[in-house]
Design a binder for this molecule. Structure first.
Ligand code: SF4
Ligand code: FES
Length: 252
């Protein structure tokens, strides 16, 4: 069911345009069923989706609930499904969503994780998968008295996967994860890649064994949804393939 906001006509300045945000709302304390609600929002040329959501929250309906923090694509907290595609609300301009006068932009929570309220999902399973691949440097022997040296070539081996901001856009774009929350998901594999291919790390075998499990890297069906969804431009599918190859050939 779609509920259209019943409010006085929205004032639109000359330099603004009016767009409709169609937002999937869910509040288990009010209604056990989710529903769609539409809001008319005046936007300016450089407005991001996050600005439009703030307009709704600050001026139209303070109960609208979503996560955000940095507002600059760094913290990874505002991943959501926008017009059917995972995006960071702070990184996407309304005008790039087809946001012209009268256009409707649909906004929903990311898929595959339980919705707690409106656009906020339960991230616990996502963080559990992240923790399970041991996302920290594993070394043996005494701690060195100076920094661990690494060549530029060795660093380049895992440069791409260091860019992850843990937004979950990749994992929640994955059809395998939608149907099986136990699957580690692309982000956990990206993070494993970041350490497996780090020349200073000695835990590659341990992590590869973890990812060799039933819910590990072999569940990936190479749909590339994860790569398309990543707001950091990480070659997620390529990283997953490299981990698969490392498992087959055990050459890290
Ligand atoms: S790999 Fe990209 S999409 Fe996935 S969690 Fe990291 S930054 Fe987000
Ligand atoms: S609010 Fe931090 S990444 Fe968007």
């Amino acid at each position: 069911m779609t509920v259209t906001q019943e409010r006085p006509a929205v004032e639109v300045a000359d330099h603004q345009q009016l767009v409709t945000l169609k937002i999937r709302r869910y509040d288990p304390e009010v209604d056990p069923e989710a529903n769609w609600q539409e809001f008319q929002v005046p936007v300016e040329k450089g407005d991001r989706l996050l600005d439009a959501l703030h307009h709704v929250k600050w001026y139209l309906d303070g109960s609208l609930t979503f996560r955000r923090s940095c507002a600059h694509g760094v913290c990874g907290s505002d991943a959501m499904r926008v017009n059917g595609v995972n995006r960071l609300a702070c990184k996407v301009l309304v005008k790039d969503l087809g946001g012209r006068d009268g256009d409707t932009i649909t906004v929903e929570p990311i898929k595959g994780l339980a919705v707690l309220k409106d656009l906020v999902v339960d991230m616990d399973p996502f963080f559990e998968a992240f923790k399970s691949i041991k996302p920290f440097l594993i070394t043996s022997g005494n701690e060195p008295t100076r920094e661990r040296l690494q060549s530029a070539e060795d660093r380049a081996r895992f440069e791409d996967t260091t860019k992850c901001i843990m937004c979950a856009a990749c994992t929640t774009a994955c059809p395998v994860f939608w149907n099986d929350e136990a699957y580690f998901g692309p982000q956990a594999i990206v993070m494993a890649h970041r350490f497996i291919f780090d020349s200073r790390d000695e835990g590659a075998d341990e992590r590869l064994e973890i990812l060799n499990e039933k819910e590990g890297v072999w569940r990936c069906r190479t749909t590339f949804n994860c790569t398309d969804a990543c707001p950091r431009g990480i070659q997620v599918t390529k990283a997953i393939q490299e981990v698969k190859r490392a498992l087959i050939f055990r050459k890290v």
